[in-house]
Design a protein around this ligand. Structure first.
Ligand SMILES: [Ca+2]
Length: 458
């Protein structure tokens, strides 16, 4: 017998290295029986052993495998789901982060805008204050400019007055020098002629010929202009009722005279023009150098103001007394001269004033002359001043025309207006010294005289 190759392989025997299996069988179980089988069916030996081989461990069955596979699938699905969730969470987190970042940026922007707004509000609150400050400054500057203009005007007037005073004094010196020369003594060398206030009465105390009792407003500025040929007189005093009576009494020099109108009132001093057209004229108004302010009140227009030898207004009451004393009417002569030396005159054959209660209403006769009739429109109108409005205009003519006059609504003549240098003047209103029919309302005349004399048939 020989060893069975099946047993060896089935029994776990191993072949030795380098040795043939059949030649050197390893020790192991020995066959008990030997069977001879026909050749045709088996080519090798058949070996049978009573020792059973250890059973193979049982493998997993199908159901378990399925269950396991299902569990695995479920776990994988769960894993995927979790991964998805994690991914979603990650996106959310980054989104939240982005939102937070955006929120911070928004917050910063809002803070910035808030600060800006606050700044603007503060600026706006300050702006009205600045505007008011500027307005205040402008108003102050305007007021200062007005003040300066007023001061300048005053200074100019003062300068003119002083210049006139210097001229006056020069003339006075010349006259005094003449008086000192023997043989040239004129009427001024004599003492003023004593005169009775009433016929037959004793002579009053003598007065210097140029002493004036008129209320002078503003400050008296004596400025006689001796260059106007018909106003070159010297002072006299007289007991006459007016200048014409003095002239007829032989007093042929122009100057200040004391006259006594035929009423019971006191005597008054007037400037008598004794050389122009036969003399005998009582001057009631004169403008020639702007030295006197004619934009004044009723009181001054009523009682007179200025300098008899220069610019003055005799006064409504005095004029009324002179022209109303009878026996006949008085005539008015207005002399005008422009800045080129052209002269013109206006004559009214009757001139009278109403009583104070009627605001010295104007009564004029017929006009003739070379200047044109610029007073006829004012006939029958009461007198108005800056503080007494009796004119026919809704507003105050005296206020606009800067004088006192028998304003209608308002004026064709304004001889008591502002005295402008040079003729044509620029002003908001027609407030110069003008006679519209002579040089128009926008031309301020250089010289003006208003004077009265008994009408020829008196
Ligand atoms: Ca009025």
């Amino acid at each position: 017998s020989r060893p069975c190759p099946e047993c060896w392989s089935r029994g776990g025997a191993r072949a030795e290295p380098g040795g043939g299996g059949r030649q050197s069988p390893p020790p192991g179980p020995k066959c008990t029986y030997t069977f001879i089988v026909p050749q045709q069916k088996f080519t090798g030996a058949v070996c049978w052993s009573s020792v059973r081989a250890a059973p193979e461990p049982p493998g997993p069955n199908r159901s378990e495998t399925r269950a396991l596979r299902e569990a695995l699938d479920w776990q994988q699905a769960e894993l995927r789901r979790l991964r998805g969730l994690v991914e979603v969470d990650g996106a959310l987190v980054s989104e939240v982060k982005a939102l937070r970042k955006e929120s911070r940026a928004m917050h910063a922007r809002v803070s910035q805008l808030y600060t800006q707004l606050l700044h603007e509000i503060l600026q706006r609150r300050q702006r009205p204050g600045l505007l008011a400050q500027l307005e205040g400054r402008v108003a102050n500057a305007s007021a200062q400019a007005t003040q300066l203009a007023t001061s300048y005007h005053r200074l100019e007037l003062r300068y003119q007055a002083l210049a006139a005073l210097v001229n006056n004094q020069s003339a006075l010196i010349v006259r005094l020098e003449r008086q000192c020369q023997p043989g040239l003594a004129g009427p001024l060398n004599k003492m003023p002629t004593p005169f009775p206030l009433l016929p037959g009465a004793s002579p009053p105390p003598t007065k210097p010929p140029y002493s004036l009792n008129l209320p002078l407003l503003p400050a008296p500025l004596p400025s006689p202009q001796l260059d106007w040929e018909f106003l070159t007189g010297r002072g006299e005093t007289s007991p006459w009722r007016d200048c014409l009576e003095a002239r007829r009494g032989g007093h042929e020099t122009s100057g200040v005279y004391e006259v006594q109108p035929a009423d019971a009132g006191p005597s008054l001093q007037v400037w008598c023009e004794q050389e122009y057209e036969g003399g005998g004229w009582t001057v009631i108004q004169r403008r020639q150098d702007g030295s006197i302010n004619f934009f004044t009140t009723w009181h001054h227009y009523q009682h007179g103001f200025g300098d008899l030898a220069g610019e003055h207004w005799l006064g409504l009451e005095n004029t009324r007394r002179v022209t109303g004393q009878g026996p006949g009417p008085y005539a008015l002569r207005v002399l005008l001269e422009d800045w080129a030396g052209h002269q013109a005159c206006a004559h009214y054959d009757r001139f009278a004033l109403g009583p104070e209660s009627d605001a010295y209403r104007l009564r004029l006769g017929r006009y003739h002359g070379s200047a044109g009739d610029s007073l006829g429109w004012h006939d029958a109108h009461p007198f108005s001043t800056l503080d007494r409005d009796h004119d026919a205009y809704a507003g105050s003519c005296a206020h606009y025309q800067k004088g006192g006059w028998w304003y209608n609504a308002c004026a064709h003549s304004n001889l008591n207006g502002l005295w402008y240098k040079g003729g044509h003047y620029r002003s908001r209103y027609q407030d110069g010294v003008y006679w519209a029919e002579f040089r128009g309302g926008a031309y301020s005349l250089r010289k003006v005289v208003m004077m009265v004399r008994p009408a020829p048939d008196a």
